[in-house]
Design a binder for this molecule. Structure first.
Ligand code: ATP
Length: 463
C-alpha cells in the first residue's frame, strides 16, 4: 500500500485526474489560467453525483427545506449590506525577491503561529514582523516581504453597466451563494408552504480573487458552493445549530468518507455577530483543512438587508403572534473541495501479482460510471451483440460504459482507475447459459449472474 499522505499523494491524484479526464487545468492550450479548473467527462459525473447527494440530503428528504437558484450577478447594494465591499478581504504581502503574492495568515499558520484573515491590518503586521525569521517565501525561500495589506476578494464586472469607467461603480460576481438566499427569504416565505424554522438550499457558482490559490481544486477563484441557510426564532438558534452540526457530520459518514479523516475545528476568533462557528475538517494530502463551515450567524444578515433595502424582513409567528427578525444558521461547502476529499479517500494503490493496481474506491453512489460492459473478444459479433444489448438496457437507468478495446486485464485496470464498481463480461458461456461474469472492483472477486438479474443486482448495490 502506498503511503496515503503528502505531496506524493497529491501529485498522484492530480496526474490521475488529468490522465483519466476528471480535472483539467483551465485554458491549457493558451498556457493556462491560474486557479481555475475544468472538469472532464468523469469529473463532471463525479461533481454531479456529489451535488445530487447533497440536494437529496438537504432538500428531497427534508420537508422544512426548499431549493433556490438565484442569479450570479445581483444588485451591488447587496454586497454593501453584507459587508463584503468594505471587509471581504485577506491579508496580502509580496515577496520582494520573486514577487510572489502571499496570504500572510497562511504563512503565519504554516510557521505554527495562530492568525486569521479577520485580524486587522495592524494586528497581522505586528505578528508578521515578530515572526519574520520563521517565515520563508514558499516560492523562492527568501525572507524579504512587503508589509501586509488587506486585499478585497470580490470580483468586479460590468454587467449592465455601460460607463467607460465602470470600475468606479462596478457590479460583482457573487462571492458566496448565500446572499441570494437572504434577499429571497420573503419571496420564499410568501410562495412556499414553509414557516419558521425553515431552510433554503442552493448550489451555484461563486467567485473570489483568492491571493494564493494553489492546492489544486481545494481553493480556486471560480468554484461551486452548496449552501443551506436555516431561519429560526432567536430562542431556538443554538438548539437548531447543534442539530445541524450533527446532521452534517452524519451526512459525511453516510457519503462514505472515512471517520478518521474527519474532525471538528471550533473557531477561536468569532466575527462580532456570530454566536458559534465550527468547521468540519478533512484530512487532505496537505493535512486537515476546512471542508465545510457550520455557523450560527444571529440576526445579522436579515437585519443588514432590512437596513440597506428599507424593506421589513421580520417574521410574525402565526401561532404565538410574536414578531422577530429570524436568526440564521448555515452549512456551507464547496463542490470542488468535496470532490478532492472524495478522491483522497478513494485513492488506493495495491500490489497485485508484482504490479501496482491503482483503484479509486469511490462509494458506488458517487462513482462516475456504475458498470462497464465488455464482450470478451472484439472480433466475435455474437459476443459484441450480446454485450451491446446489456449496455443498451442498463444505460436507461445508470451511467455505464461499453468497452471492447484491448485485453480484459487492461480494461479492468482502466475501470479501476476511474472507480467503476462493477465490470460485466460477456463470454462464450454467456451464449449457452445466459449469465455474465461480474467482477467487483474492491475485492476483484468474480461471480456469475443471469443477465435478467443484472438490473436488480445493480439496484441493490447502488442504493
Ligand atoms: P477558507 O478559510 O478555506 O478560505 P472560508 O472560510 O473563506 O474558506 P466560506 O466563505 O465559509 O470559506 O465558504 C464556505 C465553503 O465554501 C468552504 O468551507 C469551502 O468548502 C468552500 N470554499 C470557499 N472558498 C473556496 C475556494 N476559493 N475554492 C473552493 N472552495 C471554496
Amino acid at each position: 500500500m502506498a503511503e496515503k499522505k503528502g505531496e506524493d499523494l497529491m501529485e498522484k491524484i492530480v496526474s490521475l485526474c488529468k490522465r483519466r479526464g476528471f480535472v483539467f487545468p483551465s485554458s491549457e492550450i493558451y498556457g493556462g489560467f491560474a486557479a481555475v479548473y475544468d472538469y472532464g467527462n468523469y469529473g463532471a459525473e463525479l461533481s454531479k453525483n456529489i451535488k445530487n447527494e447533497w440536494w437529496k440530503a438537504m432538500v428531497q428528504l427534508r420537508e422544512d427545506i426548499v431549493g433556490l437558484d438565484s442569479s450570479i450577478v445581483m444588485s451591488p447594494r447587496i454586497w454593501e449590506a453584507s459587508g463584503h465591499v468594505a471587509g471581504f478581504s485577506d491579508p496580502l504581502a509580496e515577496c520582494k525577491n520573486c514577487h510572489a503574492r502571499l496570504r500572510v495568515d497562511h504563512l503565519l499558520e504554516d510557521a505554527g503561529v495562530f492568525a486569521d484573515e479577520k485580524m486587522t491590518e495592524e494586528e497581522i503586521n505586528q505578528l508578521f514582523n515578530a515572526n519574520l525569521d520563521k517565515i520563508k517565501c514558499p516560492s523562492c525561500g527568501k525572507h524579504d516581504f512587503t508589509d501586509a495589506h488587506k486585499f478585497n476578494l470580490l470580483v468586479k464586472c460590468n454587467l449592465g453597466n455601460f460607463a467607460s469607467d465602470w470600475g468606479k461603480d462596478p457590479v460583482y460576481l457573487r462571492g458566496e451563494t448565500c446572499q441570494g438566499i437572504y434577499v429571497n427569504y420573503k419571496n420564499v416565505l410568501n410562495s412556499a408552504r414553509v414557516k419558521v424554522p425553515f431552510g433554503i438550499a442552493q448550489i451555484g457558482k461563486a467567485f473570489r480573487n483568492e491571493i494564493t490559490a494553489r492546492q489544486f481544486i481545494f481553493r480556486t477563484r471560480e468554484f461551486e458552493q452548496m449552501e443551506m441557510q436555516y431561519f429560526v426564532s432567536p430562542d431556538r438558534e443554538m438548539e437548531e445549530y447543534e442539530k445541524l452540526r450533527q446532521a452534517r457530520w452524519d451526512y459525511y459518514l453516510a457519503l462514505g468518507l472515512k471517520p478518521e479523516n474527519l474532525k471538528w475545528h471550533q473557531h477561536e476568533n468569532l466575527v462580532f455577530y456570530a454566536k458559534q462557528a465550527y468547521d468540519i475538517e478533512y484530512n487532505f494530502p496537505f493535512g486537515f483543512k476546512e471542508l465545510e463551515g457550520i455557523h450560527a450567524r444571529g440576526d445579522y444578515d436579515l437585519t443588514q438587508h432590512a437596513k440597506f433595502s428599507g424593506k421589513k424582513l421580520d417574521y410574525t409567528d402565526p401561532e404565538t403572534g410574536e414578531t422577530y427578525v429570524p436568526h440564521i444558521i448555515e452549512a456551507s461547502v464547496g463542490v470542488g473541495r468535496t470532490m478532492l476529499a472524495v478522491l483522497t479517500d478513494a485513492y488506493t494503490e495495491e500490489a497485485v501479482e508484482d504490479e501496482t493496481r491503482v483503484v479509486l474506491k469511490f462509494p458506488p453512489r458517487l462513482a462516475p460510471i456504475k458498470a462497464a460492459i465488455f464482450p470478451l473478444l472484439k472480433n466475435k459479433p455474437e459476443l459484441v451483440q450480446k454485450a451491446r444489448g446489456i449496455y443498451d438496457e442498463l444505460k436507461q437507468k445508470y451511467m455505464v460504459e461499453f468497452d471492447d478495446s484491448g485485453n480484459i486485464g487492461k480494461r479492468y485496470r482502466r475501470q479501476d482507475e476511474i472507480g467503476t464498481p462493477y465490470c460485466v463480461t460477456v463470454d462464450f458461456e454467456t451464449l449457452e447459459d445466459g449469465a455474465v461474469t461480474v467482477r467487483d472492483r474492491d475485492t476483484m472477486v468474480q461471480q456469475r449472474i443471469k443477465i435478467e438479474e443484472l438490473g436488480a443486482f445493480l439496484d441493490e448495490k447502488l442504493k
